[in-house]
Ligand binder design. Structure first.
Ligand code: AMP
Length: 294
């Protein structure tokens, strides 16, 4: 496994792999502080691609002022040890100036769908995300790039960017990996103390209640949201930022859930730590339904 710090080196390695060796490249973009959620993406990349590149970059442009850019957990040595065990071929760990050289002035913005949900709570966040992902895709030029459903809106926005800008990469989105308590794995869980960690299980618990209600036939979005809110409000350490139900692809806010898959997503503070989670609400496919009745 080679750790690459320079963008030029990364570009020349991937150019050689593609052109001379005809290898398929998979990229897993991360901010490090790796956990099983990241590893599930790497596992899939390993299965699908000849060469796996994992980027580790805490991207300053996606953090707002007053957010945790300075304190975000960083430990490249521990991350690299984990990645070597997973047979990763290249770790791309650039310094900030490698991604944003002096005079940097070009940003990528995906309009409309970046404005709500996380975009409303964290202005400028997605401009930072889409800009860094566009740069990473151009530097590595992967055949496949892997993202987690944990950041559902991010996945939708990146898919849209790749389509709109005709980038030659297939975006693969993989399911949320959770702890036994149901808490979605996140690098930011490291900020939680013991009580907060226990309390944080309420996010998934509330989402599951809503999903059960949906599966029992509830199609009214405000009612599903109220159900989720009421459950979270029972937890004294929790403070809700938002709970929303949106079309899974257009991210349009929904009042009623009909045939289209919907995304129930939320952001909740547990103590000072802001956590996000989500669940898809979709009718089972016809074959599955038939199978269930058989
Ligand atoms: P991050 O390092 O937080 O920027 O995350 C890097 C990638 O890992 C993103 O595509 C995330 O959506 C994904 N990811 C983070 N947590 C999880 C999780 N619990 N399950 C699946 N994917 C995750």
């Amino acid at each position: 496994m080679e750790i690459i710090h320079r963008r030029k080196r990364m570009m020349s390695v991937s150019r050689r792999l593609r052109r001379e060796e005809n290898q398929t490249i998979g990229l897993v973009p991360t901010m490090g502080a790796l956990h099983e959620g990241h590893l599930s993406l790497i596992h899939e990349a390993r299965a699908l691609c000849d060469v796996v590149v994992v980027s580790v970059f805490v991207n300053p442009t996606q953090f707002g002022s007053g957010e945790d850019f300075a304190s975000y957990p960083r430990d490249l040595t521990a991350d690299a040890a984990m990645l070597a065990e997973y047979n990763v071929d290249y770790v791309f760990a650039p310094a900030v100036e490698e991604i944003y050289p002096p005079g940097f002035a070009s940003y990528v913005t995906v309009e409309k769908i970046s404005g709500d949900l996380e975009g409303a709570s964290r202005p400028g966040h997605f401009r930072g995300v889409t800009t860094v992902v566009a740069i990473l895709l151009n530097v590595v030029r992967p055949n496949f790039a892997f993202f987690g459903q944990k950041d559902a809106q991010q996945s939708v926005i990146i898919k849209r960017m790749v389509r709109d800008l005709a980038l030659d990469t297939e975006v693969v989105v993989l399911p949320i990996v959770r702890e036994e308590s149901g808490l979605a794995l996140s690098s930011r869980n490291a900020y939680l103390n013991k009580d907060e960690r226990r309390a944080a299980a309420v996010l998934n618990h509330a989402l599951k209640l809503a999903r059960d209600a949906y599966e029992a036939g509830e199609r009214n979005a405000p009612r599903l949201i109220d159900l989720t809110r009421a459950e979270i409000e029972k937890q004294p350490l929790a403070r809700i930022d938002y709970i929303s139900i949106n079309h899974a692809e257009t991210l349009e806010k929904l009042e009623r859930l009909d045939d289209e898959p919907a995304l129930l997503s939320l952001a909740v503070f547990i103590g000072k730590t802001r956590l996000i989670d989500n669940v898809m609400l979709a009718k089972p496919k016809k074959e599955d339904a038939a199978g269930a009745n058989a």
